[in-house]
Design a protein around this ligand. Structure first.
Ligand SMILES: [Zn+2]
Ligand SMILES: [Zn+2]
Length: 479
């Protein structure tokens, strides 16, 4: 989805992808942080045609169908609000899988499958009346959206109120997360679904409502204002009656506003390095890290892992969330790595340190990885055998390359649950039972940058050589 905003410096129109955190104006080159993305932003589709254009085209249409003897009685622009839910779905299913061997014998074997998808789901946030459009389909991906604001309206439009609350929208979306994942050959005994990085927003969609009269009766044609096709015809009804009962919303004031704030370090005033898709920015001058929160910058604590001795390859600092976790199960709380062996018998407890009393920690990649299974795999290996965390001082950072943080800290815990199941052996029935009603309790996620270098088709962590395929990683687009 692309979003269109006005540059606060020069007023030029800036169009950017919704994943972007920092934008540069193509007209005046100023850079700005986008604030308010997580606070229920509202967007609108502008109608393809203006009011005058529409009136002209619809009256031409009516006069071409003379036999119907329809006369135009009025043209109205109506905006219907739609909820949009976006995120990444990780779905684990553990159970028995039916298979037929080459010689025709049937068997049910232990199975464990991870299914993933990008989730982009829209549905009406109004209940009444029916406008004949249940989903916006791919349109949010195809047409740039504008921020919804009353100043963009002429005042003659009817804007339907959202009646479906955020909680109802969350519940409704959750019903569709695993759509298309079912597998008749898998008897599921344990499943876990996580929607990670979810963003909820409201999108106002335009409809032209053409009121026509014939034989003393009024009827309504509801026309999609973007595709310009008739969505619904309602006979023997007039506009005022059909749109009479649109309840006003009690919680409309909870919506956030998207706006642009200057992209400079709040302490030393220098421009921050331009990494458009990062949620965290490290000021090379004073070495503090910042993340936008409700319209201003908040300092983020971070750590830099050092390099092995005499390491001289060029490196990228890749961000991870380090999460200290307790797992609450029906048979007590798992706190240490040796407790965790109840779920993962093969878990090493750490070289040399090892009395098994180390706390349970998950290291979740925070940089953008295109392939969701590669993401889960890298997190798995980092948790199973964490690389050395000998830290280096935060000095001389001007030449270092920091990759962007695209996963927020709060989302790391959901991914940790995905990773935990990835580590449980598929035949381990006791672990399945233990996991069934388990709950995670994590401390504050800690941001840690590990040094990676490129070798062949891989990016490798310099201390451990843990690798991820280079092609699946989205590196900063500097400019
Ligand atoms: Zn500008
Ligand atoms: Zn600074």
């Amino acid at each position: 989805m692309q979003i269109k905003v006005d540059c606060p410096q020069c007023g030029g129109k800036i169009i950017f992808d919704e994943e972007i955190e920092v934008v540069r104006c193509p007209y005046c080159s100023s850079t700005n942080q986008i604030s308010g993305k997580s606070g229920l932003p509202r967007f609108m589709f502008p109608p393809r045609w203006s009011f005058e254009e529409s009136r002209h085209r619809f009256s031409t249409l009516l006069s071409s169908k003379k036999s119907l003897r329809l006369r135009e009685k009025g043209l109205h622009l109506v905006y219907g609000p739609y909820w949009r839910t976006k995120g990444m779905v990780f779905h684990w299913a553990l159970g028995k899988k039916h298979s037929i061997s080459k010689i025709g014998t049937r068997s049910w074997d232990d199975a464990k499958e991870l299914k993933t998808k990008h989730f982009d789901f829209t549905f009406p946030a109004y209940r009444e009346p029916d406008l004949g459009l249940d989903t916006l389909g791919v349109r949010p991906a195809a047409i740039p959206l504008q921020l919804f604001h009353h100043s963009r309206l002429s005042g003659t439009e009817l804007v339907l109120s959202p009646e479906v609350s955020l909680q109802e929208a969350v519940d409704h979306s959750n019903n569709f997360l695993t759509f298309g994942f079912s597998d008749r050959n898998l008897k599921v005994e344990l499943e876990d679904t996580q929607l990670v990085g979810e963003v909820y927003s409201l999108v106002y969609f335009p409809f032209w409502v053409l009121e026509v009269g014939a034989n003393g009766q009024n009827s309504l044609l509801i026309i999609d204002g973007v595709a310009n096709v008739v969505r619904k015809s309602i006979w023997e009804q007039d506009f005022a009656a059909y749109f009479r009962e649109t309840a006003s919303s009690k919680w409309a004031s909870n919506f956030g506003d998207l706006r642009l704030i200057p992209f400079t370090c709040p302490v030393c005033g220098w421009d921050l390095p331009f990494t458009p898709d990062s949620k965290t920015h490290i000021c090379p001058t004073c070495t503090r890290a910042w993340a936008e929160h409700r319209g201003s910058y908040q300092e983020v604590d971070y750590h830099l892992v050092g390099l092995p001795d005499e390491f001289d390859k060029p490196i990228h600092y890749m961000p991870f969330w380090d999460l200290k976790t307790h797992i609450r199960t029906s048979q007590g709380v798992l706190k240490t790595k040796s407790d965790l062996r109840k779920l993962i018998p093969a878990l090493p407890t750490g070289k040399g340190r090892g009395n098994g009393s180390d706390s349970i920690r998950f290291l979740i990649p925070a940089f953008r990885i295109k392939n969701l299974k590669s993401l889960s795999k890298l997190a798995h290996i980092f948790c199973l055998s964490p690389p050395s965390q000998k830290l280096r001082a935060k000095e001389n950072l001007k030449k270092e390359i920091f990759q962007g943080v695209s996963l927020a800290g709060q989302e790391a815990e959901q991914l940790a649950q995905v990773v935990l199941i990835s580590m449980v052996p598929k035949y381990h029935r006791r672990a399945r039972n233990l996991l069934k009603d388990s709950e995670f309790e994590s401390g504050r996620p800690r941001l840690v940058y590990y040094p990676f270098y490129r070798k062949g088709i891989y990016l490798r962590e310099a201390n451990s050589n843990h690798a991820i395929q280079f092609a699946t990683v989205v590196l900063n687009s500097h400019s």
